[in-house]
Design a protein. Structure first.
Length: 481
């Protein structure tokens, strides 16, 4: 029992000794910590005090003056730097053709101290210097003097501002090539305007910029229409539909074709991507068409039933284009955008539209032979003796031309100064001159017409006249020679 008690007392003694050692070590650590904390606080206090002292004379803000950082500067050092920078300042101007420079001397640039820097420093609280990284980074505007006349002269003297060195921009446009309209790209050129360039340079100087790009600042005169402008793309589609068509004018044995190349020449481009057709140019084309194809009242060459070729001048038979209405027609067809075969609008028309428009259906009257023939589709269906106008009385039947049948009448009364004659068939072709039956005559042909002829009409036997009337239609040509 005694031995057990001795062992217990030894264990307790050891534990007490260990605890005393741990307490001693902990006290030593606490002392060290207090000393370190005091040292850190002392350093921080020293730094803070030093900062307060330093920034009582220097800027700690994050801003700039004329592009110069103010942090760490004194009022005077900052002013001196601003003064020096302004004195040696130059602005480099990048153009599309290179670089140019305007110096402070050329613009009369000087620093004008109006104590803006002093006022900024006066607002600074040195005790808050440790908040420097949260301060504004804006640029402080300071006064400067600049001779605007000198700056204006310097701007105008720039090489890029000389008219002879400028090329104006061009808009994208449509051009006809290989059967279609294509879009030609715009060009940018290098044209500048003083009223645009001067304020940009002025602002750059007062902003303390050392370089600017006139291109980046959109100073150049720009095209108004670009190759991808929606209105131009739409216009291109529209005019290409117009030139994709062909309008064929049919003149029986020949045609005249209005194709895309002709239409392209008539297209007139207007403002706001509108287009129209040059109606004067179209009228010139229709005039040429009429000149080449009209036959109304013009000279005709004719082969008689005897096989001889004669020339006929005048009369009222033939074709005559109504030019104004045909212009309207053609404009409408182009605008409709469909290929068609058509005819012009006629003021007067005949029976045959061939180059030889008399064709193979006509009436032929020979004064000297006192004979009339009627041909239908090339076949002679009537050949009869007739009596024409009385030569002795000056009532000759008009001859030497080609006329057209104006009407077809039956049971008609012919009236004149000294006669009223009833006829069964009446085919006028020249006013009151026409072809009709003459039942009051018993003989036809020979020389009767010279002394006892008609008042100008072609008197025809009734039996022949029935057949004539059956075949001959309004508009048929009548050749009298």
């Amino acid at each position: 029992m005694r031995r057990c008690r001795v062992q217990t007392e030894g264990f307790i003694l050891a534990q007490r000794t260990r605890l005393r050692q741990e307490l001693r070590i902990q006290r030593q650590r606490n002392v060290r910590r207090r000393r370190i904390l005091i040292a850190v606080l002392a350093v921080l206090a020293a730094v803070y005090i030093a900062g307060c002292f330093y920034y009582s004379r220097h800027f700690y803000g994050g801003g700039t003056v004329f592009g110069i950082a103010i942090r760490g500067q004194t009022v005077e050092s900052l002013k001196e730097e601003v003064r020096n920078k302004m004195g040696s300042y130059s602005l480099t101007i990048s153009t599309r053709d290179g670089e140019e420079t305007i110096t402070a001397e050329e613009m009369g640039l000087e620093y004008d101290d109006q104590e803006e820097i002093d006022a900024l420093f006066a607002e600074q609280k040195a005790v808050l210097w440790f908040l420097m990284f949260r301060t504004s980074k804006d640029d402080l505007d300071v006064a400067m003097t600049l001779d605007e006349t000198m700056l204006g002269d310097a701007v105008q003297a720039l090489s890029c501002m000389q008219e002879e060195n400028m090329t104006a921009p061009t808009d994208a446009y449509l051009e006809y090539e290989d059967g279609v309209f294509v879009i030609r790209d715009e060009t940018y050129g290098n044209q500048l305007e003083y009223d645009t360039v001067y304020p940009v340079i002025y602002d750059a100087v007062f902003g303390g910029d050392s370089a600017i790009s006139l291109d980046e600042l959109a100073c150049y005169v720009a095209p108004e229409v670009y190759s991808d402008t929606e209105g131009l793309l739409t216009e291109c589609d529209e005019v290409n539909r117009a030139v994709a068509i062909e309008i064929t004018y049919d003149f029986s044995d020949r045609t005249m074709v209005v194709d895309g190349s002709m239409i392209a020449e008539w297209i007139v481009f207007g403002e706001d991507f509108s287009w129209s057709l040059d109606e004067e140019a179209i009228a010139d084309y229709i005039y040429e068409m009429a000149y080449e194809t009209d036959t109304f009242g013009l000279t005709h060459t004719f082969t008689t039933s005897y096989g001889s070729e004669i020339t006929l001048k005048g009369g009222d038979y033939g074709w005559c284009i109504n030019q104004s209405q045909t212009v309207e027609q053609l404009v409408g067809l182009i605008q409709a955008g469909e290929s068609v075969t058509t005819e012009p609008v006629y003021r007067y028309s005949g029976i045959c539209r061939d180059t030889d428009d008399i064709g193979d259906s006509y009436v032929e009257v020979s004064i000297s032979a006192q004979t009339m023939w009627v041909y239908s589709e090339g076949e002679c269906v009537v050949s009869t003796a007739v009596v024409t106008g009385n030569v002795a009385n000056g009532h000759e039947t008009p001859s030497g031309g080609v006329w057209a049948i104006d009407a077809r009448l039956t049971d008609y009364v012919l009236t004149g100064q000294d006669y009223d004659s009833e006829v069964s068939y009446w085919l006028p072709f020249n006013g009151n001159v026409g072809i009709h039956d003459a039942t009051w005559r018993t003989e036809f042909g020979g020389d009767i017409y010279k002394t006892s002829g008609s008042h100008g009409c072609v008197n025809t036997p009734l039996s022949a006249m029935k057949t004539v009337y059956e075949y001959v239609q309004i508009g048929w040509p009548v050749i009298v020679y």
